[in-house]
Design a protein around this ligand. Structure first.
Ligand code: ZN
Length: 184
């Protein structure tokens, strides 16, 4: 996909959803972020009241030639609009039941909201990572198998962030991931 195709996809989803749910008109986008490296999309509310849907430049450029990328990008865009709709309808701001209900309304997949094999950006020399299986959020990268204590620290860190339960933590061997995963 090139940039124009990314924009076309975004706007076709946006126009479809805004026609159904005019409250989404207050959400602006897409904004392309150079700082986002661990998630492909983000719904963002800033303290001054701006509401934005952002997409990661880095992850788009790393993954744009994967055959399934268009499908994944569309699912990500719908995922972010589900957050926007959840905020407008319920003042919800999480991945809980009201967000899942919004996923149904906007045609997003409420189960698999992160396909980690496709969107991992690892630092050079990293061989392993501890990450949250659901969100894809990486606690840390390692050049060896993480120790037990490091794994416990990761679990505590995720619990502090009020993330979902610790059984969603996993150690991944980056070398086993798909070949299109490139070092940052
Ligand atoms: Zn989300």
């Amino acid at each position: 996909m090139n940039k124009e195709e990314v924009l076309n996809l975004y706007h076709s989803v946006k126009n479809e959803l805004k026609a159904k749910y005019p409250c989404l008109n207050t959400w602006k986008g897409p904004f392309f972020s150079n700082a986002m490296r661990l998630s492909l999309g983000q719904a963002r509310r800033s303290s001054d009241g701006r509401k934005e849907i952002r997409l990661s430049n880095k992850l788009i450029s790393l993954n744009k030639d994967i055959p399934t990328f268009k499908k994944q990008l569309e699912d990500t865009i719908r995922h972010e609009f589900a957050h926007a709709l959840d905020w407008e309808l319920n003042k919800g701001w999480s991945h809980n039941d009201s967000w899942k209900a919004c996923c149904k309304l906007v045609g997003a997949n409420p189960e698999r909201y992160y396909d980690a094999d496709y969107v991992t950006v690892a630092p050079n020399h990293a061989k392993y990572a501890i990450r949250n299986r659901n969100s894809g959020r990486v606690f840390n990268y390692y050049n060896r198998v993480p120790t037990f204590d490091e794994t416990i620290s990761a679990v505590k860190w995720f619990l502090d962030m009020k993330a979902s339960v610790c059984d969603t933590m996993e150690i991944v061997d980056i070398r086993d991931c798909r070949s299109h995963i490139l070092p940052a």
